[in-house]
Design a binder for this molecule. Structure first.
Ligand code: EPZ
Length: 446
């Protein structure tokens, strides 16, 4: 049983640098398959999702290496088109290899992607867009097959929703195609600008990323390129919420404030003193004020990935905060676990009402998705007593050694792995009533 053991109630201090952005490098790695040469990516986070993407590239015939936050991908001569099912099922962004393989080899096959269970997460917009670009896609027994006999043609298409993944899918696939593609109602997230800039260094001709209209003039071949991955704005937002929850004053290095402006503004509304410059200095108030309303929306709105982590901080704020989750239909999974720490949160459809409590107590809690797991860590940092956050594998998908980053800020976080479930029962401390009931192997509650 793997878990993070977190001793709460310690104010944070010191400096921490954010890593490269998970949601940028995953798209960049799929795009690197288009190249007829070698690409080098610097500032790559060492995450399980990144390693999964490298496994997909290896399976497609590319040669990859990953040392000291630098990834090399040599896709010259690679002509694979079947993405291994076990890799597809592990993460959502694997679907980007479908368009990349089709553009590079004229065919592609895969199953539907997996990923965090934060909603149904269909890929209808991806498939619709690829068909608009001329891919003949069939689906049988859950396996997607596509051929592009006539090559990939340019098209003018409008997404019904500014989907980040579908926008990346179109940029990647249309980059290696004939003609010009204009994508309307594109997602505007900063990760798409990273993708555009890398692909243009490879010889692509893309403009408009970061706005709702992206124009891609297809090319017949692309070279490799060297690129430094942008900083992870959600990791930065997570560190911000950590200090809001635990108290204290920290400096975040390498982050770009404009990438997560709504989260910074919410923190200021809650009483934090924040100064921005080459680094971001955050001083938490003695007690946070509640945030009247947070409604997640596509960039530049409040990022859905920061909803759970800010909610964890708001659980101890003075007053009532209201959260609307408008992007994913199942992104309040952290609520039941926060309640084990004493949080008072009511869910009503897409709305969660958080009645701030003076204190939270340490408890045994389990992550059900990546950002929900980060939220439990944030809450545990501000709780009285010891918490054990299970579901480490979810958290490792999006944060590189979070325990080291938090320890560098004065937190007491240890990654532990101990015996069977029965060990947990013996070790459960009676003093903290909020400790989750741990079922023994026979199902008896303790
Ligand atoms: C990306 O997911 C990110 N993942 C997510 O981060 C992030 O929450 C999301 O964008 C929104 O910002 C990566 O970049 C790897 P979407 P993605 O397509 O591309 C619906 C994290 O924690 N939709 O913008 O899957 C979808 O169900 C992860 O780091 C369709 O209906 O997000 C959702 O309701 C979680 N059909 C909405 O659009 C489709 O074909 C937004 O999804 C595609 C999406």
């Amino acid at each position: 049983m793997k878990y993070f053991r977190i001793e709460g109630g310690r104010a944070l201090s010191g400096k921490a640098a954010v890593h490269g952005a998970k949601n940028s490098i995953l798209a960049l790695l799929a795009a690197s398959y288009l190249s007829g040469g070698e690409s080098v990516f610097e500032n790559c986070p060492d995450l399980t999702d990144v390693r999964e993407s490298l496994e997909i590239l290896n399976a497609l015939g590319a040669k990859t290496s990953f040392h000291d936050h630098t990834i090399t991908v040599d896709a010259s001569g690679a002509d694979g088109s079947e993405i291994p099912a076990e890799r597809m099922l592990r993460m959502r962004s694997s679907i980007l290899f479908f368009g990349a393989a089709a553009a590079k080899t004229g065919r592609a096959a895969c199953v539907h992607p997996g990923g965090c269970a934060i909603g149904e997460r269909p890929i209808d917009l991806h498939l619709w867009a690829l068909r608009q670009l001329g891919l003949a896609i069939s689906e049988e027994y859950g396996i997607l097959n596509c051929k592009t006999d006539r090559g990939i043609t340019g098209a003018a298409l409008r997404l019904s929703f500014p989907s980040v993944g579908a926008t990346e899918q179109v940029m990647i696939t249309a980059a290696l195609s004939k003609g010009e593609t204009t994508l309307y109602n594109a997602a505007c997230e900063p990760e798409l600008v990273d993708l555009q800039n890398y692909l243009n260094l490879c010889g692509a001709e893309i403009r408009g990323a970061g706005s709702s209209t992206v124009v891609i003039r297809g090319k017949s071949s692309l070279s490799g390129a060297q690129w430094r991955v942008m900083p992870d704005r959600i990791e930065a937002a997570t560190l911000l919420c950590a200090v809001l929850s635990a108290g204290g004053e920290i400096v975040i290095e390498n982050a770009r404030p404009e990438h997560f402006r709504p989260v910074l503004e919410a923190a200021r509304q809650m009483g934090a003193e924040i100064t921005e410059g080459g680094e971001i200095r955050i001083k938490a108030p003695k007690r946070l004020r509640a945030i009247p309303e947070i409604a997640t929306s596509p960039y530049p709105g409040f990022p859905t990935d920061a909803q759970a982590i800010l909610m964890a901080a708001a659980a101890k704020a003075e007053g009532t905060s209201i959260f609307y989750e408008n992007i994913f239909e199942n992104r309040f999974q952290q609520v039941s676990e926060l309640a084990k720490m004493g949080a008072k949160i009511r869910i009503n459809g897409r709305m969660a009402t958080v009645e701030g409590r003076e204190t939270l107590s340490g408890a045994d809690v389990s992550a059900a998705d990546l950002r929900g797991g980060a939220a439990l860590m944030v809450a545990a940092l501000g709780a009285q007593g010891v918490s054990r956050v299970f579901g480490v594998d979810f958290i490792d998908r999006g944060y590189e050694t979070p325990e080291s980053t938090l320890e560098s800020l004065g937190a007491c976080v240890r990654r532990e792995e101990k015996g069977s479930i029965t060990w947990l029962i013996k070790d459960s401390k009676p003093e903290s009533p909020q400790r989750a009931t741990v079922r023994s192997a026979s199902g008896k509650e303790s």
